[in-house]
Design a binder for this molecule. Structure first.
Ligand code: ZN
Length: 378
């Protein structure tokens, strides 16, 4: 997941939030405030609200530190990390490569929960140092209330993340262990995805039972997390099946060689009406002075105001080959797919000996997998 809003750069890693995070940020501030109001009604609203905001910010900072811990180990083990994104259900470090060995997977995963656990102990330690004791009941001062909540929530986060449901950290740790024992990454992923599905289903059932027994929102929340986990486990399983279907397949096997071309001087209205609509294709090679200069797709066209179409040429909006990512015909398809996902593009030009050999798109790859699956089923 890529950040929608960038907050800044830290050790060369982009840190940002996804839009879905905003909802959860508000929910947490509101629930903290109502919680403080309930336990300490004598506090003035200004104290309650500023405490809620500061506590929530420190909580999100704790999640970023958790993700930075994953990132630090990943980078040390040769897996580059591009960004860290906070979203509705927590944080995610976008590691560019899968681990190549069980040991790297194990340490990259387990360092997160360990970090959260330590952060929790530090907050509780700070509360303790200022005189708070666990037996005292409801923390009486705003400082204690904030520190104690942060302490327990981080420890809860560490425990929750250690549930062995892939793709939670615990599921990755579990997969690393299964990988070590079976010696096969694919088998370990299948086992971990299966266990993940089982745990997800149990959470849903347990959450719904609690909900019907009167636990209310807490029960539903648990069921929702179960549902999210089951989706994630199914997705990682499908990803595995897809990459198994693509083993040994090269870009040249999947790419489309016939690439319709368009002259660079064509204006966008003509391009849209005579080329795109007419052919139903989404991607064209731009030719300037008889030379293939770049690519143009529906995507670039959409960025130009419709009224300017007659006065803008295809060359002006084309993606020049010097500036975009290209792939070679001999590259593995899975690698090309990873590049598309990372760069968030739908197609890549295939260049061989400095000349355009074709175009590979997500659609081509999907079609390839479907054809293979149908042949297998027949
Ligand atoms: Zn984690």
């Amino acid at each position: 997941m890529r950040p929608s809003i960038r907050l800044g750069r830290f050790f060369g890693i982009d840190i940002g939030v996804h839009y879905s995070w905003l909802i959860i940020a508000f929910l947490i501030v509101f629930s903290l405030a109502s919680n403080f109001e309930l336990t300490n009604p004598q506090w003035p609203p200004l104290v309650i609200w500023s405490l809620a905001v500061i506590t929530a910010l420190l909580f999100f900072a704790s999640i970023v530190v958790h993700e930075l811990a994953h990132a630090a180990v990943a980078i040390r083990r040769g897996m580059p990390v591009r960004s860290i994104t906070l979203f509705a259900l927590g944080g995610v470090a976008n590691i560019e490569k899968e681990s190549t060995d069980a040991k790297s997977e194990f340490w990259t995963a387990i360092v997160g929960p360990i970090t959260s656990f330590v952060i929790g102990l530090v907050f509780l330690g700070l509360a303790h140092a200022t005189g708070w004791r666990p037996g005292l009941g409801t923390p009486a001062s705003p400082l204690w209330a904030g520190l104690v909540w942060l302490g327990y929530i981080n420890i809860a986060l560490a425990l929750f993340n250690m549930i062995p449901g892939y793709p939670l950290d615990g599921g990755r740790v579990f997969r690393a262990i299964a990988w070590r024992i079976t010696g096969s990454h694919d088998r370990a992923t299948r086992i971990a995805a299966g266990v993940g599905q089982f745990i997800a289903a149990s959470l849903i059932v347990f959450g719904l039972i609690r909900f019907f027994l009167g636990a209310g929102f807490g029960g539903l929340w648990l069921a929702f997390i179960g549902w999210f986990l089951s989706q994630a486990a199914a997705a990682s399983y499908a990803e595995l099946e897809a990459s198994a279907a693509l083993t040994g397949v090269r870009v040249r096997d999947v790419m489309s060689e016939e690439c319709p071309s368009v002259d660079g001087n064509t204006n966008l209205r003509t391009f849209a009406e005579d080329y795109l609509l007419h052919s139903g294709r989404r991607c064209f090679v731009v030719v300037e002075n008889g030379r293939q200069a770049g690519l143009v797709t529906v995507h670039e066209l959409k960025h130009v105001d419709r009224q300017r179409w007659p006065f803008t040429t295809v060359s002006e909006i084309a993606l020049s080959f010097d500036r975009i990512r290209t792939v070679s015909p001999d590259m593995d398809v899975t690698q090309a797919l990873q590049i598309m996902l990372r760069e968030d593009v739908n197609q890549l030009p295939v260049i061989s000996n400095g000349k355009l050999a074709g175009v590979i798109s997500r659609g081509h790859i999907l079609q390839f997998i479907q054809t293979r699956a149908e042949l297998k089923a027949a």
